[in-house]
Design a protein around this ligand. Structure first.
Ligand SMILES: [Zn+2]
Length: 250
């Protein structure tokens, strides 16, 4: 009798474990989480304006709403705030290149599983998601995190991947590199003084890909670091130590 009871107990536990999944990271707007459903580990990004409920495996999970800060930036060159007709062509090239790079998945590997580091040591001078006002004019929310550092500071690949875009002299982003980390995850490095990688190059986490500058629309030297998963932009710092962050089983 005792033996059969133990068997029954273990099968109940087994059934429970098979149905469970684990989520690491914060269920909050602008965050990236890691999901393990027992068969596969994958990423999910919650956008800046993510709706309040995330449905998974029949469960409805609440996504915390963020009250995004307003950031006023003064001293921006006026032509970068209200572009001329000629500049609009320049902007169209940038938008086209950026859209194409973010839509393409050239990395067949799940390189993101090897983890991420901060690409530059410096002061965070602009947070992801801020509503921005340039010279008093309301602009789009900030799509990445700004890290201020002296011009010429090395910029490192935040993770392993393949360079999907190295573009020069864009109107807003200046010199920009995008790395494809596989399975729809990309990181963006903008306003670079220069970069030393080209499309198709394989990079390792920590490799120097370029240097901090203030090309494009920037009031001082800094790295604009962006992160995108399947077209959804999120706060790039949420990539760091994701697998050990606030993990919960459901
Ligand atoms: Zn920025």
């Amino acid at each position: 009798m005792r033996v059969s009871l133990i068997c029954l107990m273990s099968s109940v536990i087994f059934a429970f474990e098979a149905a469970a999944f684990e989520i690491c990271g914060d269920l909050r707007q602008g965050e990236l989480v890691l999901i393990n459903d027992g068969k596969k580990t994958y990423l999910k990004a919650f956008g800046r304006d993510e709706p309040p409920v995330f449905s998974i495996d029949g469960l409805k999970l609440q996504i915390e709403k963020v009250k995004w800060d307003v950031q006023s930036v003064h001293g921006v060159a006026q032509k970068k705030v209200t572009p001329s007709k000629k500049d609009e062509e320049h902007i169209l090239r940038e938008q086209k290149d950026l859209k194409a790079a973010l839509a393409k998945n050239i990395n067949p590997n799940a390189d993101w599983k090897d983890g991420f580091i901060l690409p530059v040591d410096g002061r965070i001078s602009g947070q992801f998601g801020n509503q921005r006002i340039f010279n008093g004019i309301k602009k789009n929310p900030h799509t990445g995190t700004d890290i201020a550092a002296p011009s010429g500071t090395p910029v490192r690949a935040a993770g392993d991947g393949i360079v999907i875009l190295g573009g020069k002299d864009y109107f807003y982003t200046g010199n920009m590199v995008i790395i494809d980390h596989g399975e729809g995850l990309k990181t963006v490095y903008a306003h670079l003084k220069d970069f030393n990688v080209a499309n198709g190059d394989k990079v390792k986490k920590g490799d120097i890909i370029g240097h901090v500058g203030q090309t494009g629309r920037a009031t001082g030297p800094h790295l604009h670091w962006g992160a995108v998963l399947d077209g959804v932009r999120f706060r790039p710092q949420s990539l760091i130590d994701l697998s050990g962050k606030n993990c919960r089983s459901y």
